[in-house]
Design a protein around this ligand. Structure first.
Ligand code: UD1
Length: 382
C-alpha cells in the first residue's frame, strides 16, 4: 500500500533564515520520508552575497518556488509576500507551513496561512526584546499568536509566551537550529586568513588579535548621529586592534548617504562585502571579540565561546547574557569602550553552552512535528 504523506511548505526569506532552515531540511530528508517538503524562498534577500552563497555552502536544496519580492518598505514587502504566497498555498494545498525566525517574510506567510485555517509551525518562537521599535519584535509577537506549534530555543521563551496567553501545550523546547548549523560547519569553516587574503587585506591580522564588527539594524544605521557615534568608537578601538567589518548593504548605503566614509577609511579598519556563512564563521571563531547588533551572532559567539559586545539596548536572547559570552552595551560610547578595554585586559566572558544547544535541535523538531501532524492533521495527502 502506498505510504501516506504530509505536505509541508517551509519558508525562507532573509539571510538569517537560511542557517535556520538548513538543518531542518536535512532532518526532514533523513528522518521523515513520509513528509513531502516544499521550500519557498520569498526573495526578501536576493543578492548573490545575501542569498545564493548560503544555499550552496549550507547544502540547502534549490527553492521549489521563488516569490522574488525584493526590497521595499515594510508594508510593501509584507504585502508583496502575502500576495505572492497566497496562490502558492491555493495551488499546493499543504497540510501545514513552517516559518523560522522573525523577518518580514515570517509574518507575511503566517498571516496568509492563518486566514486559510492552515496549521502554522514556528521555529525560534517566543523570543522577546520587549522593544516594539524593532520591527522583528512585532513580527515575533504576531507570528507566535498565529502559530499552532511553537519550537523554542531557550526557557525564557516559555514564560514570554505564557504572558501572551499561549497555552504551554503548544510550546516545545528543542534547542537552537542555528547552533545545529554552526556545530556542523565550524570545523570546515574558511580560515579567517584566507577570507582576508581573498579580499586583499594586506595588513597582518593574526588570530585572536582582531575584532569583528557587524552593524545593520535600522535603529543603529538609519540615524546619522547614532551611526556616527558607533563608527567613531569603532575607529577608536581600531587604534588598539584591527577591525574586520563586513558591510551589510543597508549600512553601506547609509554611510555614503550621511558622508561618514572618513570614519571607516583607516588603515586598521578592513571593510569587506557581506560574507558567506563559512567565511563569517571562520572570522568569528578566531576573533578576539565581536561587536554586533545582530541577533543570531549573539548566539553564535556564545556557542563559540567568543566575547560579544552587543550594540543594542536589549536582547531577545537573554540566555547569551546570563550563561554565554554576551554583554549588552547599547550605543553609549563610554560603555562600549570600557567593555572593549575589559576584554582586552581580562579576556572577557567565557560562558557555557546553553541547555540543548547540542547540534540536534532540528532532529528533535522533525520528530515532534511528525507526531504532532499525525495527531492534529486529519487527512494526510497521498
Ligand atoms: C532583514 C530583517 C532583519 C535581519 C536582516 C539580516 C526584517 C524586518 N528584517 O533586515 O531581521 O536581521 O534582514 O540581514 O525582515 N538589500 C540589498 N540586497 C539584498 C537585500 C537587501 O541590497 O539582497 C538592501 C536593500 O537596499 C534593502 C535593504 O538592504 O532595502 C534592507 O533589506 P531588508 O530585507 O528590507 O531588511 P534588512 O535590513 O536586510
Amino acid at each position: 500500500m502506498e505510504k501516506t504523506k504530509f505536505k509541508i511548505i517551509c519558508i525562507v526569506g532573509a539571510r538569517p533564515n537560511f542557517m535556520k532552515i538548513a538543518p531542518v531540511m536535512a532532518a526532514f530528508k533523513n528522518d521523515a520520508p513520509q513528509v513531502n517538503v516544499l521550500l519557498v524562498h520569498t526573495g526578501q534577500h536576493y543578492d548573490e552575497n545575501m542569498k545564493s552563497q548560503f544555499f550552496e555552502q549550507l547544502g540547502i536544496p534549490e527553492p521549489d518556488i521563488d516569490l522574488e519580492v525584493g526590497s521595499g518598505s515594510h508594508a510593501v514587502q509584507t504585502a508583496e509576500v502575502m500576495k505572492r504566497f497566497e496562490p502558492v498555498v491555493d495551488e499546493q494545498q499543504p497540510d501545514a507551513i513552517v516559518v523560522v525566525g522573525d523577518v518580514n517574510s515570517t509574518i507575511s506567510c503566517a498571516l496568509v496561512a492563518a486566514k486559510k485555517m492552515l496549521p502554522i509551525i514556528h521555529i525560534e518562537a517566543g523570543l522577546r526584546s520587549y522593544d516594539r521599535k524593532m520591527p522583528e519584535e512585532i513580527n515575533r509577537i504576531l507570528t507566535d499568536q498565529l502559530s499552532d506549534r511553537l519550537y523554542i530555543t531557550e526557557q525564557s521563551a516559555q514564560a514570554n509566551l505564557a504572558l501572551e496567553g499561549i497555552p504551554s501545550e503548544r510550546v516545545c523546547f528543542v534547542g537552537n537550529v542555528m547552533i545545529d548549523t554552526l556545530k556542523k560547519n565550524v570545523k570546515q569553516a574558511i580560515a579567517f586568513s584566507d577570507t582576508l587574503k581573498e579580499h586583499d587585506v594586506k595588513a597582518t591580522v593574526t588570530a585572536k588579535n582582531y575584532s569583528l564588527v557587524t552593524l545593520h539594524r535600522p535603529s543603529n544605521v538609519d540615524n546619522k548621529e547614532i551611526l556616527e557615534r558607533l563608527l567613531t568608537v569603532i575607529n577608536e578601538t581600531s587604534q588598539i586592534i584591527p577591525v574586520i567589518f563586513p558591510l551589510h548593504p543597508r549600512t553601506r548605503g547609509k554611510i555614503t548617504e550621511f558622508k561618514l566614509d572618513h570614519l571607516i577609511n583607516s588603515d586598521n579598519i578592513h571593510i569587506l562585502p557581506p560574507l558567506g556563512y563559512m567565511q563569517l564563521v571562520g572570522l568569528m571563531d578566531q576573533a578576539k571579540m565581536v561587536m554586533t547588533d545582530s541577533g543570531g551572532i549573539q548566539e553564535e559567539t556564545t556557542a563559540l565561546g567568543v566575547p560579544c559586545i552587543t550594540l543594542r539596548e536589549n536582547t531577545e536572547r537573554p540566555i547569551t547574557v546570563a550563561q554565554g559570552t554576551n554583554t549588552i552595551v547599547g550605543v553609549d560610547a563610554n560603555l562600549i569602550l570600557s567593555t572593549f578595554n575589559d576584554i582586552m585586559d581580562n579576556g572577557g566572558k567565557t560562558g557555557k553552552q546553553p541547555e540543548l544547544w547540542d547540534g540536534h535541535a532540528a532532529e528533535r523538531i522533525v520528530a515532534d512535528m511528525v507526531e504532532w501532524l499525525t495527531q492534529n492533521v486529519r487527512s494526510p495527502k497521498k
